[in-house]
Design a protein around this ligand. Structure first.
Ligand SMILES: C[S@@+](CC[C@H](N)C(=O)[O-])C[C@H]1O[C@@H](n2cnc3c(N)ncnc32)[C@H](O)[C@@H]1O
Length: 395
């Protein structure tokens, strides 16, 4: 249970505010932790079964004895071994839920780890955190016609949590299109007000779940999030000399251009002719069994993915002043697009870093949720906006 701030009985001493503790399930390289800690949480414990991700996490956080990272299957985690905490965050695997995956759903080989997490929360009994968050792809909402999400909500309801359902795109904070779903479960749901109904974070598809009377749901009053970014990729690009060996040679660049559709090729030709330098991201797809490149029209990156076998890596296209150059996106660019430009990348192999960041959660999305929702929910200040703010956000 989160200890609330209280007045010190000793005059002139500023009360020390206890940072609420958090557990980080499916922690990967810890981008959820960075966002949570920026909002004032203390992540005390983490778990993931990938040693490569743990190595990056350990290099970045350089933890002392006040933090534990258990490398191993979540199915082997015993509730009794967990520290008490106010929050449990779970970015559970989405491999079987994303359009890019098998669509086997929450019963899939990897995504079924969600149920192992629920079992742990159940086994924690009265020590279970007051608030829990599940982060996942939007595909969870449509998996098996919505039944997967319905049964996930029901499972959390059964162990005492009322659920709020948000959809948030990291593009509100970073120049990357990365829509994700956040289920916020709480044992003490807040009262609704005008902002609960107005929030654009609860899209049409979520209404089916709020309208299902067999589920225990709530809609927290929230401030409106920042608007979508329309540009900014060019600003996160790692500058490098034109003769850097990472730029592709002429043969490879010509093959890239030849694979573009006529409309895309025309776009690229026009951008190459234009004055000044622009950057675009490009993504390789297979069309009718043939690999083709697609270049985004805007100054925003497509969704980063895990680079399994190298097939989902993005490329950076530099265009303008009559020149065209192409190369793979770098780990630093991946990190910046996830809002983690300061992440310690020393020691990480190229593919190890791309794999890890492609799988991760965008830091500023976590920070926004944690500072505007989770922390106020825990300290009892959620919804304590003035009437002017409420009316402004409802308009
Ligand atoms: C969507 S990623 C979450 C990444 C994390 N949020 C981050 O910032 O890096 C899901 C993570 O779950 C881990 N995972 C999948 N199945 C697991 C299991 N059975 N036990 C422990 N970890 C698991 C994967 O290794 C992966 O890092």
């Amino acid at each position: 249970m989160f200890e609330r701030c209280y007045d010190s009985p000793v005059a002139n001493i500023t009360p020390i505010r206890q940072r609420p503790q958090a557990l980080e399930f499916f922690a990967g390289i810890g981008l959820a932790r960075i966002g949570l800690e920026a909002a004032g949480f203390k992540v005390a414990w983490a778990n993931d079964y990938e040693p490569d991700k743990h190595a990056m996490y350990a290099a970045h956080f350089n933890d002392g004895p006040d933090h534990t990272y258990v490398v191993g299957d979540v199915g082997k985690v015993a509730a009794a071994d967990l520290p008490s905490a106010s929050l449990a965050w779970a970015s559970s695997p989405c491999t079987d839920l994303s359009l890019a995956g098998s669509r086997a759903g929450l019963a899939g080989k990897e995504s079924n780890a969600f149920w192992l997490w629920v079992n742990i929360l159940r086994d924690m009994e009265e020590r279970a955190p007051e608030v829990v968050v599940l982060e996942n792809v939007i595909g969870l909402a449509t998996s098996h016609g919505g039944e997967d999400l319905r049964s996930a909500i029901r499972a959390l309801n059964d162990i005492g949590y009322s659920i709020d359902l948000l959809s948030m795109d990291a593009r509100r904070f970073v120049p990357q299109s990365r829509p994700r779903m956040f289920l916020v479960g709480t044992k003490n749901p807040p009262a609704e007000d005008e902002r609960s109904l107005a929030s654009e974070l609860r899209p049409d598809w979520a209404q089916n779940f709020y309208g299902d009377e067999s589920l225990r749901m709530h809609r927290a009053p929230l401030p409106e999030p920042p608007a979508f970014l329309l540009e900014g990729f060019g600003k996160v690009v790692e500058t490098m000399p034109m003769d850097d060996e990472r730029w592709w040679d002429a043969d490879r660049t010509n093959a890239f251009v030849r694979s573009l559709s006529p409309t895309q090729r025309e776009r690229v030709i026009q951008l190459r002719k234009s004055a000044g330098v622009k950057y675009r991201t490009a993504y390789r797809r297979t069309r009718n069994g043939v690999p083709v490149w697609e270049v985004r029209a805007d100054d925003v990156s497509g969704c980063l993915r895990t680079a399994r076998g190298g097939s989902s890596k993005q490329a950076v296209v530099r265009l303008g002043n009559g020149r065209l150059k192409v190369r793979w996106m770098t780990p630093l660019e991946y990190a910046r697009l996830m809002g983690a430009g300061d992440f310690n990348l020393s020691g990480a192999r190229n593919n190890q870093a791309l794999f890890a960041f492609g799988d991760a959660v965008a830091v500023p999305a976590v920070e926004w949720l944690a500072s505007k929702y989770l922390m106020p929910l825990l300290n009892g200040t959620l919804g304590s906006a003035t009437r002017t703010e409420v009316l402004a956000s409802a308009r």
